[in-house]
Ligand binder design. Structure first.
Ligand SMILES: NC(=O)c1ccc[n+]([C@@H]2O[C@H](COP(=O)([O-])OP(=O)(O)OC[C@H]3O[C@@H](n4cnc5c(N)ncnc54)[C@H](O)[C@@H]3O)[C@@H](O)[C@H]2O)c1
Length: 347
């Protein structure tokens, strides 16, 4: 187990002299002069701004052997039992992180269209993480409970020595229109998708602030960036997640915490691939009676890259980037994984 003292916050390099120059012409001159002075010597003897990691630039002479991009880190992932959450756990473990997987592993709302995840699903995520040589802690809990998340953070810090990243991924879809959604269905979506994300972030703030280092990632949705005639409670919750991410990024930056969102289009998971959801993407059809092939064609036609949906791993790779030092100055952003659908936004 790594001790906090062994792992100080990554040093922020001083601004290059070029950045201190105010005038346009002088700026260029200083930049060119610096470049010439650094030259080949900089490449062999070490640059003023070192590579982010050996993994980022393993060909630098004398660099240590490449390591995973999250080597020695620990990450808490909600909704870890299956789908995108499981893919994030595995991608993080593959890059060297220990993982705490948090999941309700049972029914979250009686209004969703898909079957609930099970404790066996969560255990399977753990088995797969451990098969990659990393540690895994399974915690069964509900993101609607901030105390449950606070306890999970304590468990992660107790087991792994620190908490480097949290991924607020747990979420549900209730595919009902505004005219028919029940009060309970509306509340379940907003409480889990939006308040659950805030609860996850809030639970991690003390541990991350103490080390002045942390990375928070929320799984929003393309439906958090554009309107759609289905499931307004889902859209509203995901727009809210992006607003939360941007505000948290501004508030928490001074504590060394970066906060970002990933906004996928439809993803190949049970949340998307179930009959009630098919009816929602092709609303002229009778709920529960839309063949998957019809829904897939309708969905494929929405995506410039010509796929009906993306894979959980396509989302996980962007999450890993945002957890890694390669993204050390990325904060307050929403990254699309939309197979081109996001090109429809106005800006
Ligand atoms: N699948 C898609 O098409 C898609 C697209 C965009 C965004 N998303 C978002 O990605 C995230 C993951 O979705 P997925 O597709 O992997 O779905 P999924 O249903 O396969 O997995 C969701 C996981 O979250 C867990 N969960 C649900 N409510 C919970 C709660 N209250 N507390 C703790 N855990 C809870 C579930 O048990 C499940 O394991 C969600 O936030 C979803 O809105 C999904």
């Amino acid at each position: 187990m790594q001790d906090e003292a062994d792992d100080p916050p990554s040093a922020v390099p001083p601004p290059p002299e070029e950045a201190l120059e105010s005038g346009g012409g002088g700026r260029r001159t200083v930049f060119v002069a610096l470049g010439a002075a650094a030259g080949l010597a900089g490449l062999t003897a070490g640059c003023a701004t070192p590579p982010l990691s050996a993994a980022a630039n393993p060909s630098v002479p004398g660099a240590p052997a490449p390591r995973g991009r999250l080597e020695g880190q620990s990450v808490l992932v909600t909704g870890a039992a299956r789908g995108i959450g499981r893919a994030v756990c595995l991608a993080a473990a593959r890059e060297g992180a220990d993982v705490l997987g948090f999941d309700i592993a049972g029914p979250a709302s009686r209004h969703v269209g898909n079957a609930p995840a099970t404790p066996a699903d969560l255990a399977e995520t753990g088995r797969l993480v451990q098969s990659l040589g990393r540690r895994f802690l399974a915690v069964q809990g509900d993101v609607r409970s901030r105390p449950a998340l606070a306890r999970a953070v304590d468990q992660a810090v107790g087991a792994f020595g620190k908490l480097d990243g949290v991924v607020a991924n747990a979420g549900i879809m209730v595919p009902d229109g505004l005219a028919e959604v029940s009060d309970e269905g509306w509340r379940d979506v907003v409480d889990i998708n939006l308040t659950g994300t805030a609860n996850t972030f809030r639970a991690a703030i003390p541990a991350m602030s103490a080390r002045r280092r942390g990375r928070m990632v929320a799984i929003a949705s393309v439906l958090g960036r554009m309107g759609a005639p289905i499931a307004p409670q889902y859209n509203a919750s995901k727009w809210g997640v992006i607003g939360l991410v941007k505000s948290a990024a501004m508030e928490l930056g001074g504590r060394g915490i970066a906060v970002n969102a990933v906004s996928p289009t439809g993803v190949n998971t049970t949340l998307l691939r179930n009959p009630r959801q098919y009816a929602a993407v092709t609303p002229r059809f009778v709920p529960g009676r839309v063949p998957e092939a019809v829904a897939a064609t309708a969905s494929r036609n929405l995506h410039p890259l010509g796929v009906p949906w993306v894979e959980p791993e396509d989302v996980a790779s962007v999450v890993v980037f945002l957890l890694s030092d390669e993204a050390r100055y990325v904060s307050g952003a929403s990254f699309d994984v939309t197979a081109g659908l996001g090109a429809i936004y106005t800006a």
